[in-house]
Design a protein around this ligand. Structure first.
Ligand code: NAD
Length: 499
């Protein structure tokens, strides 16, 4: 994608945006049934961006009904793979043409640096939908070896009406990781974006419709999670809910499913991810990845490497490099193309992060960088990139997901201790391992209990690889790759007796 990131260009693009603020149901924007709205707040200055439809259970019921109708009459679910692919590729084209606008919406709504939205979030979102569009007409069904008098076909079918509940930290990207495979597989969707960040989902739904996605197939219902989440997840006519968010809400979803129609639940949850640095690692290679892993997206990232587990013999030299490189990350207005650190999502979350910093100091962590709220005059929720040295894995900041810019450095004395500390967590989403020894790289990558282990880099893989967690980081499914496609399908056996 060819973006020009000049401040003047950004302001001009911003001035042209017309916010989509109503629910998108049955191919049309519409107000909430109650007529209520809420203000969407810019985390960089505390001011309202616009007002959005505050939907409730009756809006969810309406969206589920139209999604069911669309699914049942086959307007999308029974189109051929080639027809679905053609619409999705047109959708990709419209996303590309409007990429700057979507990047700006996410930057405004979530406080994400425009630099990241333009270079990472939106290109990745578009690639995801493109990848799944290209996959769908290359899949074949199976025939079992059941004998000459039987034709036994094992086929995959779309699940039906799929609810999607999304987080605020990567609004467009988490949406794309779910709608790409779910639409390609032929499902009808009811999407509940995070209350704080609904703008890009509403615009993307409109673009899908303009690309030819039939009405009723992709519906977006904005509003409060505590109201809409249970309404969607307890709904008796929803076949599946794909959720990305916190582990605590993930637990609620399993309960909603068990108390309603046993709908399939896929959970992509939190993390307390280790970056394991063995004594033989090249610290010049490690330092930039470690900074990126800890502080990209202000640490508001499920795969953030918030625990740096490093051999004591190289710890001081590595921490010195990490501090130097962290200081070079400019903090400020997310719409300034030089900014690498924006505000946290909302004042209450900033308070939580600052409280974790206090707890770390009280528990004996050595504060070696940051630790304070800054840029107060802006009205935004800015917190300095913060590093604690000499943390033990028993301390609160090593155990709990902070979801903010706080890195805990945990020194260890052996490779075995490093792996034991890495695995001593309730979570298991992502991990990084740094070593110059190929044998150790293979052995320890397999020994770490996490859904993605990147070696000598920080990475979540690409669209050919699955993303999701072990333990309390996830349940049942994965985003991305053909594994994500499969999870949006049911498996059916058709058993035919020949005469
Ligand atoms: P959250 O759990 O508070 O909210 C997630 C979504 O659930 C939102 O849309 C929210 O409105 C909705 N919700 C709130 N209460 C609900 C309820 N009672 N029932 C149903 N839905 C409800 O999480 P968040 O603060 O938006 O996002 C941060 C969390 O997401 C972090 O824990 C982070 O690690 C996780 N996350 C995980 C991944 C992953 O792929 N594993 C990716 C991004 C974020």
């Amino acid at each position: 994608m060819n973006f020009t990131l000049k401040p003047k260009g950004i302001q001009a693009a911003l001035a042209k945006i017309q916010f989509r603020t109503q629910a998108f149901i049955d191919g049309k924007f519409c107000p909430s049934a109650s007529g209520k709205t809420y203000a969407s707040i810019n985390p960089a200055n505390g001011k309202p961006i616009t007002t959005i439809a505050a939907c409730d259970a009756s809006d969810i019921n309406r969206a589920v009904a139209v999604a069911r109708k669309a699914f049942a009459d086959g307007r999308w679910s029974r189109q051929s793979a080639a027809e679905r692919k053609a619409v999705l590729l047109k959708f990709v084209g419209l996303l590309e043409a409007n990429a700057m606008e979507i990047a700006l919406l996410d930057s405004l709504d979530a406080g994400k640096p425009i630099y990241d939205c333009v270079n990472i979030d939106i290109p990745d979102s578009i690639q995801c939908i493109h990848w799944h569009a290209e996959l769908v007409d290359k899949l074949h069904e199976r025939v079992s070896p059941s004998g000459p008098d039987i034709v036994s076909m094992i086929v995959r079918e779309p699940i039906g009406v799929v609810g999607m509940i999304l987080p605020w930290n990567f609004p467009a990207q988490m949406l794309a990781w779910k709608i790409g495979p779910a639409l390609a597989a032929g499902n009808s969707l009811v999407i509940k974006p995070a209350k704080q960040t609904s703008l890009s989902a509403l615009r993307i739904a409109e673009l899908a419709s303009a690309a030819g996605l039939p009405d009723g197939v992709l519906n977006v219902v904005p509003g409060a999670g505590s109201v809409l989440g249970p309404a969607l997840s307890r709904h008796m006519d929803v076949d599946m809910v794909a959720f990305t968010g916190s582990t605590s809400v993930g637990r609620d979803l399993l309960r909603y499913s068990s108390e309603s129609n046993l709908k399939r639940i896929i959970l992509e949850l939190g993390g307390k991810n280790p970056q394991v640095v063995l004594a033989d690692a090249d610290i010049d290679l490690v330092a930039p990845h470690a900074v990126n892993s800890a502080f990209w997206n202000m640490g508001e990232n499920c795969s953030s490497g918030s625990r740096l587990i490093v051999h004591r013999s190289i710890k001081d030299a590595l921490v010195a490099k990490i501090i130097e490189q962290t200081k070079a990350w400019p903090i400020g207005d997310p719409l300034d193309p030089n900014t690498r650190v924006g505000p946290l999502i909302e004042p209450s979350h900033m308070k939580t992060v600052l409280n974790y910093i206090k707890i770390a100091q009280a528990e004996g962590g050595q504060l070696v960088l940051g630790g304070k709220q800054v840029l107060k005059k802006t009205g935004g929720n800015f917190v300095e990139l913060t590093i604690f040295d000499e943390v033990t894995n028993a301390m609160t900041i090593a155990k709990e997901e902070i979801f903010g810019p706080v890195l805990a450095v945990i020194p260890v004395d052996s490779d075995e201790e490093a792996i034991a500390v890495a695995n001593d967590t309730n979570y298991g989403l992502a991990a990084s391992l740094y070593t110059s020894d190929l044998t150790k790289a293979h052995r320890f990558a397999r020994a770490i209990r996490a859904g993605v282990v990147s070696v000598n880099t920080f990475s979540e893989g690409d669209h050919t690889t699955p993303f999701g967690g072990f333990k309390e980081s996830g349940f049942f499914g994965r985003d991305k790759s053909s594994y994500a496609h499969e999870q949006y399908t049911e498996l059916k056996t058709v058993w035919m007796q020949l005469g």
